[in-house]
Write a protein of this length. Structure first.
Length: 79
């Protein structure tokens, strides 16, 4: 369940407002804000709808370069 929440946070930070409007928003606004810049910076090539695992994998691949705030989100969800 925690992984799903984190993945949805990552997806929403990269997804368009249409996806957000569909009610898929998960995670706190603070968690979303923490990872939004990192998702845009490192995972911009991943298209919305590519699968939640793609965004999580991307963030994990760049863990060393993520902001402290985004790393804390990952860690708080067991990642």
């Amino acid at each position: 369940m925690m992984i799903r929440k984190l993945v949805l946070v990552a997806v929403l930070t990269a997804a368009s407002s249409t996806v957000i409007a569909q009610g898929l928003m998960q995670g706190t606004p603070e968690e979303q804000a923490a990872c939004r810049p990192d998702t845009r910076r490192f995972c911009h090539a991943i298209k919305p709808g590519s699968g939640n695992e793609s965004f999580l994998s991307c963030l994990q691949e760049h863990r060393e370069r993520l902001s402290r705030a985004c790393r804390a989100v990952l860690e708080s969800h067991g990642q």
